[in-house]
Write a protein that binds this ligand. Structure first.
Ligand code: GUN
Length: 303
C-alpha cells in the first residue's frame, strides 16, 4: 500500500495583506477626520522591468487605502546630485510623509548615500541607519516592509514563535539581516545561512521556520527541509517556460510542499504583504511627524 504524502497548506498572503490594508484604510480615515492626509513619494530611477511592476502595484494599493501618492520617474542617466536635491525637497515638504526610493539604482548612484539622505522619520522602507540601529536595539519605529510582512505571516501561521529554530537563507540589508533581527526579538533561535555557509542544507534541515531570500529560482527543495517546517519564500523570479514565462520563488514549491507543513505560494505569498506594510509604515510615519510637530519647541521670535 502506498501512502500519499501530506501536502503543506498555503499561507494566503493575499488574504492576510487584505486584512492589514483594511486596518490601514481605517487609520487613514481617522487621520482624514483630523484634516491629515498621508502622502507617499515614490522615486523610480531607470527602467528596471521588475521595479516598474512593483512601483505600479505600490501606487495602486496606496490609492485604494486613501494614501496620496507622488510618483517621480527619472531616467536611467539621472545624476546622484539630482536625486539628492529631490530628496532634500521632499524631506522639507510637510505635505510629504513617506519617501521611498525603489531599488536597485543605476550604477552611477550610490545606494547608501541616497538612503542616508532620507529623513529617518520619512524613511518608510526602514533602511536608514537610524532606523536599522533602532531595530537592532528593539526601539524601532519604521521597520523594513518585507520582513515585517513575513513576521505577520508567521504569527498568523504559528502563533507564538518563542523557542522555535528559524533559519534565514540570505543576508541582504533589505530582507535577510532585518528578518533575522525580528525573529530574534520574537524569541526564536536564529541561524543565518549564506553563500559561505558550510553544508547550508544540513543547517536548514534543523529549522522549524525557514525564510528564503536569495534571488535564485527554485533553489530550495524538499531535501533542505525538516518534516513540518513552515516555509516563507521571499523570492520573485521570472523564468522562461515552453509556453512563455512565469513567476517562481526561491523555493521549489511543488517539491517543498511534500515535506513542509505550511508554505507561501509565489505569487500571492510575501509580495502583497510587502506593499501592505509599506502603507502601514506611511501611516506610522505620518503619526510620528504629527507628534513631532506638536512637541517641537516654538520658533524663537525676534522683534
Ligand atoms: N527593491 C526590492 N525590494 C524593495 C523594497 O522593499 N524597497 C525598495 N525601496 N526597493 C526594493
Amino acid at each position: 500500500m502506498s501512502v500519499s504524502p501530506a501536502f503543506a497548506r498555503d499561507i494566503d498572503g493575499k488574504a492576510i495583506a487584505a486584512q492589514v490594508l483594511s486596518e490601514v484604510k481605517d487609520e487613514v480615515g481617522a487621520l482624514a477626520r483630523q484634516q491629515i492626509h498621508p502622502a507617499l513619494a515614490v522615486l523610480l530611477i531607470g527602467d528596471d522591468a521588475a521595479s516598474q511592476v512593483y512601483v505600479r502595484n505600490k501606487l495602486l494599493r496606496a490609492e485604494e487605502v486613501g494614501i496620496h501618492s507622488l510618483e517621480y520617474r527619472l531616467p536611467a542617466n539621472t545624476t546622484q546630485a539630482h536625486v539628492l536635491t529631490l530628496i532634500a525637497q521632499l524631506n522639507a515638504d510637510p505635505a510629504v510623509n513617506g519617501i521611498l526610493v525603489q531599488l536597485p539604482l543605476p550604477s552611477q548612484i550610490q545606494e547608501h548615500i541616497v538612503i542616508q539622505a532620507i529623513d529617518p522619520i520619512k524613511d518608510v522602507d526602514g533602511f536608514h541607519r537610524q532606523n536599522v540601529g533602532g531595530l537592532v536595539q528593539g526601539a524601532t519605529v519604521l521597520t523594513p516592509c518585507t520582513p515585517s510582512g513575513c513576521m505577520r505571516l508567521l504569527y498568523d501561521t504559528c502563533g507564538d514563535l518563542s523557542g522555535l529554530h528559524a533559519v534565514v537563507i540570505g543576508r541582504s540589508n533589505i530582507v535577510g539581516k532585518p528578518m533575522a533581527t525580528l525573529l530574534l526579538q520574537a524569541n526564536c533561535s536564529v541561524s543565518v545561512v549564506h553563500s559561505r555557509s558550510v553544508d547550508a542544507a544540513a543547517l536548514c534541515r534543523m529549522a522549524d521556520i525557514v525564510v528564503v531570500a536569495v534571488g535564485r529560482p527554485q533553489m530550495i527543495d524538499a531535501s533542505w527541509l525538516k518534516a513540518g517546517a513552515v516555509v516563507i519564500d521571499v523570492g520573485i523570479n521570472r523564468i522562461e517556460t515552453q509556453t512563455g514565462s512565469r513567476l517562481v520563488g526561491d523555493v521549489d514549491y511543488v517539491s517543498a510542499r511534500t515535506v513542509a507543513s505550511a508554505i507561501t505560494p509565489v505569487p500571492g505569498g510575501v509580495g502583497p504583504m510587502t506593499i501592505a506594510y509599506l502603507l502601514k509604515n506611511t501611516v506610522i510615519a505620518t503619526r510620528l511627524q504629527l507628534e513631532e510637530s506638536r512637541t517641537r519647541a516654538p520658533e524663537p521670535q525676534f522683534a
